[in-house]
Design a protein around this ligand. Structure first.
Ligand code: 13P
Length: 247
């Protein structure tokens, strides 16, 4: 069985004081680490502190990294540098990176390839806009985003796929359990034909977009929903309830 995965994407939020509160809340949670994997993602300047203060059974993810190892890339951080700080995960291809910072699927794929080579695991985000959904292009868009990665990455064992429909992110408009399940199931079929049967069976496909303490239960019981990538609610006490939805 695939281990339930809950990521907390803090986005560009959190003062030093707020991060202390989040840390003490997270360190007070008890969950069965053999059944659920929990990873939180603060802004880069907080990564090192969060890693050093957080219980070891909770992972830490960067929100981005570069595809090169080092050099003249002002403002960027490499996967090697994440690894050096004990950061084992990175979120790549978030829709905000794609739309606001012009990351193409090819750029996301290069970053994914490099992070995995360095030993940093990847939460790979994909998802369609509202217009694309209305035009019936959801699968086409998601497959194109994933295909850029499968073209150059054959081993998906350290990738978690996050399906995050853009129209559901930060809008309070959560996908229905059936809408999410349908896309997750299509992604799983796609993995079988485009990557491998193993990748199809073992890759965690998590849902993101307006997940909260009240709607997580009905989503988590869907066959192909293996967890969540949580934005807003990961900064609130209800994140505990979302983690607990593996039970
Ligand atoms: P919200 O949970 O705030 O909708 O954000 C989802 C998201 O983008 C997580 O990466």
């Amino acid at each position: 069985a695939r281990k339930f995965f809950v990521g907390g994407n803090w986005k560009m939020n959190g003062s030093t004081a707020q991060v202390e509160t989040l840390l003490s809340n997270l360190n007070s949670y008890s969950f069965d680490a053999s059944k659920a994997e929990v990873v939180v993602s603060p802004v880069s300047i907080h990564l090192s502190h969060v890693r050093s203060k957080l219980n070891k059974e909770i992972g830490v993810a960067a929100q981005n990294c570069h595809s090169k190892s080092s050099g003249a890339y002002t403002g960027e951080i490499s996967a090697e540098q994440l690894k050096d700080f004990g950061i084992d995960w990175v979120i790549l291809g978030h829709s905000e990176r794609r739309s606001l910072f012009h990351e193409t699927s090819e750029i996301v794929a290069e970053k994914t390839k490099h992070a995995l080579e360095v030993g940093v695991k990847v939460i790979l985000c994909c998802g369609e806009s509202e217009q694309e959904r209305e035009a019936g292009k959801t699968e086409e868009v998601v497959f194109q985003q994933l295909k850029a990665v499968s073209n150059i990455v054959k081993d998906w064992s350290n990738i978690v796929v996050a399906y995050e429909p853009v129209w559901a992110i930060g809008t309070g408009k959560v996908a229905t359990p059936q809408q999410a399940q349908d896309v997750h199931s299509e992604i799983r079929k796609w993995l079988k034909t485009e990557v491998s049967e193993k990748a199809s069976n073992e890759t965690r496909i998590i849902y993101g977009g307006s997940v909260n303490g009240a709607n997580c239960e009905s989503l988590s019981t869907q066959a192909d929903i293996d967890g969540f990538l949580v934005g807003g609610a990961s900064l609130k006490p209800e994140f505990k309830d979302i983690i607990a939805s593996y039970t």
